[in-house]
Design a protein around this ligand. Structure first.
Ligand code: 3PG
Length: 414
C-alpha cells in the first residue's frame, strides 16, 4: 500500500487542508465531549503547525437531522486545549469568508472550517468529486491535502476523495499509524493471534471472522456479546426467548446461517461462552451453559468464560478486540468487558482495540493508555479488518501515483 506521508513533503509555509474526523458524542448541553479523536488529531495538526504550515482543518460532525449535527465552535476550543495553540473557528466552508481567511493565514496558523456536512454536496456527489464546488473553490488556494480521518475513510464523500484527485496528498499521522498497525496485525501477526469479538453489530463481525479465519490472520476467535449469541444459535443451542428476540429484532437469520458454515469449517478455532450473567430483581446472577434456555436476557459473559478467555489472551502474542463483551453501560454487567480489557493490558501480547463502542468503554474505564493501539475508527475499522478497501485510502494511493514525483523530502516508504 503506497501512499505519501508528512515525511515526504516540506510543509514550511505551505497551506494545507487537513481532513480530520472530529465527529464526537455530545454531553447534556449538546456540546462535544473531549475524546481520543480530538486528542489524536491534535497531534497531526500541531506537528504541521510547528513545522510552519498554515493548517486548515476540516471535519464532519453528526448526520443531517440528528441531534449531533452541530456547528464546530466548541470543537475549536477542544483543539486549542490539546494543541496549546490558537485555533480560529470559521463559520463557513468554502465561501468568501473561508477563502479570504485562508489566504490571509500566516505560518503556523490553524483555522477550523465549519462542519463539512453543512454542505449538501459533501455526501451527495457520488462521482467526479473533484468537480464539486467545494473542491473547485478551495483547491486553488491550497498547496497540499492531508487525509488524517481514518474513521471516515470508508465514506466516498467529497472532502475525502475529491481533493486527492487535484492536489498532492498525503496521510496524516493518525491514518498512517492506523494503516500501519492494522496491516501488520492482519498480514503478519505475531502468533498466537487472538481475535475477540463482541458488541451488537453482528453482520460486520461475522464478515471479520470469516475474512480473518480464511486468511489465517487469527488462530482463535473468542466470541462475546451478541456475536456469541449468533454462534450459539448456529450451533443449535437454544438460548431462550429473551435473547432470541434480540436476534430476531436484529434480523440475524443470515448471520446465523453464515455462522453455521464457519462452525463447520473452523469449529476448533471459534470459542463460545460457557456461562452467562443475567439480571434477576436488579442483581447480576450467573448461570452455566447447562441452565440454557434462560427466560432472562443474557447480558454478559460469566466468570468461567472470563477465566477461559483471560487465559487464552494471556498466552497470545497478538490480540485484536472489538465490541464490548456485554451490556457494559449497565451497572454490574461491565465485568466481562473490564476483565478482558485488563487481560489485554496485562498480557505481553500486542493489543489492538477497535473504535466506536470499544473505545468508549475503554475510555470510560480509564484504560485507553494501557492498550497498545486504540483505533479511532468504528465502521472504518470493521470494514478494513474484514478485508474491504477504504475509498478514501484508495484516493490517497492514486494521488501518490499522480503526484509522487513532486515529493520534496527524503521519503519513508510505507
Ligand atoms: C464515525 O463516527 O464512525 C465516523 O465519524 C463516520 O461517521 P458516519 O458514520 O456518520 O459517516
Amino acid at each position: 500500500m503506497h501512499f505519501l506521508t508528512i515525511d515526504d513533503f516540506e510543509v514550511d509555509g505551505k497551506t494545507i487542508l487537513v481532513r480530520t474526523d472530529l465527529n464526537s458524542g455530545l454531553d447534556e448541553n449538546k456540546e462535544p465531549k473531549d475524546n481520543i479523536r480530538i486528542k489524536y488529531h491534535s497531534g497531526t495538526i500541531k506537528e504541521l503547525s510547528d513545522k510552519g504550515a498554515k493548517v486548515v482543518v476540516m471535519t464532519h460532525q453528526g448526520r443531517v437531522n440528528s441531534r449531533d449535527f452541530i456547528c464546530l465552535e466548541k470543537h475549536a476550543k477542544l483543539l486549542e486545549n490539546h494543541t496549546e495553540k490558537d485555533v480560529k473557528y470559521i463559520d463557513d466552508i468554502f465561501g468568501s469568508y473561508a477563502k479570504n481567511t485562508i489566504k490571509s493565514m500566516k505560518k503556523g496558523d490553524i483555522v477550523l472550517l465549519e462542519n463539512v456536512r453543512f454542505s449538501a454536496e459533501e455526501t451527495s456527489v457520488d462521482k467526479d468529486s473533484h468537480l464539486s464546488h467545494m473542491v473547485k473553490q478551495l483547491a486553488p488556494i491550497l498547496d497540499y491535502y492531508v487525509n488524517d480521518s481514518f474513521a471516515a475513510n470508508h465514506r466516498n464523500h467529497v472532502s475525502l476523495v475529491g481533493f486527492p484527485q487535484v492536489l498532492p496528498s498525503f496521510a496524516g499521522r493518525i491514518l498512517q499509524k492506523e494503516l500501519d498497525v492494522l496491516t501488520k496485525v492482519l498480514d503478519n501477526p505475531k502468533r498466537p493471534s487472538v481475535l475477540c469479538l463482541g458488541g451488537a453489530k453482528v453482520d460486520d463481525s461475522i464478515k471479520v471472522i470469516e475474512q480473518m479465519l480464511f486468511n489465517n490472520s487469527t488462530d482463535r476467535v473468542l466470541t462475546t456479546g451478541l456475536v456469541a449469541m449468533v454462534f450459539l444459535a448456529a450451533n443449535g443451542d437454544y438460548i431462550g426467548n429473551a435473547t432470541h428476540k434480540v436476534l430476531v429484532e436484529k434480523k440475524a437469520d443470515l448471520e446465523i446461517k453464515y455462522a453455521k458454515k464457519l462452525l463447520k469449517k473452523y469449529r476448533d478455532k471459534i470459542i463460545m461462552p460457557v456461562d452467562f450473567a443475567v439480571e434477576v430483581e436488579g442483581r447480576r446472577v450467573e448461570i452455566p451453559f447447562s441452565a440454557l434456555p434462560s427466560d432472562y436476557p443474557l447480558l454478559d459473559i460469566g466468570q468461567d468464560t472470563i477465566e477461559l478467555y483471560k487465559n487464552i489472551i494471556h498466552n497470545a502474542a497478538t490480540v485484536l478486540c472489538n465490541g464490548p463483551a456485554g451490556v457494559f453501560e449497565k451497572e454490574g454487567f461491565e465485568t466481562g468487558t473490564v476483565e478482558l480489557f485488563r487481560a489485554m493490558e496485562k498480557s505481553k501480547a500486542f493489543s489492538v482495540l477497535g473504535g466506536g463502542d470499544s473505545a468508549i468503554a475503554a475510555e470510560r474505564l480509564g484504560m485507553l493508555d494501557k492498550i497498545d493501539h486504540v483505533s479511532t475508527g468504528g465502521g472504518a475499522f470493521i470494514l478494513f479488518i474484514s478485508g474491504k478497501n477504504l475509498p478514501a485510502v484508495d484516493a490517497l494511493i492514486n494521488s501518490a501515483k499522480k503526484y509522487g514525483s513532486l515529493i520534496t523530502r527524503v521519503t519513508n516508504d510505507t
